[in-house]
Design a protein around this ligand. Structure first.
Ligand code: NAG
Ligand code: NAG
Ligand code: NAG
Length: 438
């Protein structure tokens, strides 16, 4: 706690030294030891709005995907933070509408680290219990945030973690063991039902001219193998077959970008790998894009210097691949039942998805939503959607949305997997709507 207090003073010193500071507003950061030897890093930006005090705005926690992608790095500098990767102000920063808390989770992600190789989480239960320790510390350390509406926003694998964390958090709040005003969870392009994603890749690519009938047959047949493994509860094998299916997609689409079908993979083509190598192949495909060289240099250069609490032998992103490989046996497990429990418990749940995302395509999201046992589902399904004007291009449709009882769905147009990067203005407006400011 003493260190925390010192950080606030430290910040003003940094500003006077001329390191770009995003705001007149405050920012603070710290580590929490969530298990012995397992340290999680968080970074909070206080809301900085021209029209409201931060005390009157919500608190949003952002969870990145991977697992192994860093919110403090990618989410912050590439998506929603006050500064972009070149440390210039971002016009569509979420800090305009909320205080934003980035947490590098699971342990080993970003600046978070474990001292022992057995310190990594291997399932979402551990991911959730670790986060509960962190949140308990956070709301105790900065009690003024206890009463502000608290939302969890997420992307990709972050959504799977967000669902599990939200369920544990709602229980903890009910018991009084965590003091906060939990107001809802938003699942962006989220890995809630991995099989529904994989099974729709073929049809989605075929209808968008990215597969011919031969390619469609190949992709569907690879996806069927994933389905069998999932049905037999062979989840590590399913992860391996998911990797094989991605290779089949790459081969038949001349390397479509899994994060946006209108682009091609930026990296050199990766070669087929099976057996043990599939983990490093998948890390290459899905962890490396979140650790581009320029971001790596920023985080391990000026940012770690500014933060001044990162241990000398901890590298931002240094344990990212271990995070992924330790979760590989859990990766293909669905969490649709957890979303169901959240809805039944009355938690506000929003799903938002980018039209051009392949890895978590909207067709797959529609499929798992239809599997919900939630009693509101028939009412939700009957409702017509509402178009939303694109704030970046008035007069054109930027999204559709639908909300029924405590469930909402946003279809974000012209966006891929990373919605705030692709459609920043639309994402900001959605944030305001979900947090009831619009
Ligand atoms: C960093 O070094 C310290 C002291 O040698 C050691 O205890 C710790 O485990 C190391 N941390 C990591 C992440 O390697
Ligand atoms: C999750 O992992 C922990 C640590 O390995 C283990 O003790 C626990 O039983 C696992 N939980 C589930 C639900 O698999
Ligand atoms: C859930 O959202 C509705 C608006 O759609 C709002 O009236 C309600 O207060 C929210 N519930 C919680 C727990 O914040």
């Amino acid at each position: 706690m003493a260190r925390f207090g010192a950080l606030l003073c430290f910040l003003s010193v940094l500003i006077s030294q001329g390191l770009p500071s995003p705001l007149a507003g405050k920012e603070v950061w710290d580590y929490v030891e969530v298990r012995p030897g397992a340290h999680m890093f968080w970074w909070l930006y206080y809301a900085d709005s021209p029209s409201a005090k931060y005390q009157d705005l919500p608190l949003v926690m952002w969870l990145q995907g991977g697992p192994g992608g860093s919110g403090s790095g990618f989410g912050n500098f590439e998506e929603i933070g006050p500064l972009n990767r070149d440390l210039e102000p971002r016009k569509t920063s979420w800090v305009q509408a909320a205080s934003v808390l980035f947490v590098d989770n699971p342990v080993g992600t970003g600046f978070s680290y474990t001292e022992q190789p057995n310190g990594f989480a291997t399932n979402v239960s551990t991911v959730a219990s670790d986060m509960l320790v962190l949140l308990k510390h956070f709301f105790t350390q900065i009690p003024e945030f206890q009463s502000m509406p608290f939302y969890i926003f997420s992307e990709s694998y972050g959504g799977k973690m967000a669902a599990a964390i939200s369920l544990e958090l709602s229980k903890a709040v009910a018991k009084g063991s965590v003091k906060c005003n939990f107001a809802g969870v938003a699942l962006g392009d989220s890995w809630i039902s991995p099989l529904d994603s994989v099974m729709t890749w073929g049809p989605y690519l075929y209808t968008t001219s990215l597969l011919d009938n031969n390619g469609l047959a190949d992709v569907n047949s690879a996806a069927e193998n994933v389905k069998q493994a999932v049905e037999q509860q062979q989840f590590l094998k399913a992860t391996e077959l998911w990797s094989v299916t991605e290779t089949v997609v790459e081969q038949n689409t001349n390397g479509v970008n899994f994060y946006n079908i209108l682009t091609q993979q930026p990296d050199e083509k990766v070669t087929t790998a099976t057996g043990e190598n599939f983990i490093s192949l998948q890390a290459h495909r899905h962890i490396r894009p979140l650790h581009k060289q320029s971001l790596n240099e920023l985080m391990n250069g000026p940012i770690r210097k500014k933060l001044a609490i990162i241990p000398q032998n901890v590298t931002w992103g240094g344990q990212a691949e271990d995070v992924f490989s330790n979760m590989a046996g859990d990766f293909m497990r669905p969490v649709v039942d957890i979303v169901d429990q959240l809805l039944t418990a009355g938690v506000n749940v929003t799903v938002y998805n980018g039209q051009l995302d392949l890895i978590v395509d909207t067709m797959g999201q529609e499929l798992w939503v239809k599997q919900l046992k939630w009693e509101g589902l028939p009412g939700f399904s009957q409702l017509r959607w509402t178009p939303l004007d694109d704030p970046a291009s008035p007069g054109t449709t930027g999204a559709f949305f639908k909300t029924y009882k405590n469930f909402a769905f946003y279809w974000i147009l012209k966006a891929g997997h990373m919605i705030p990067s692709d459609q920043g203005a639309m994402a900001l407006q959605m944030l305001k709507m979900i947090t009831q400011q619009d």
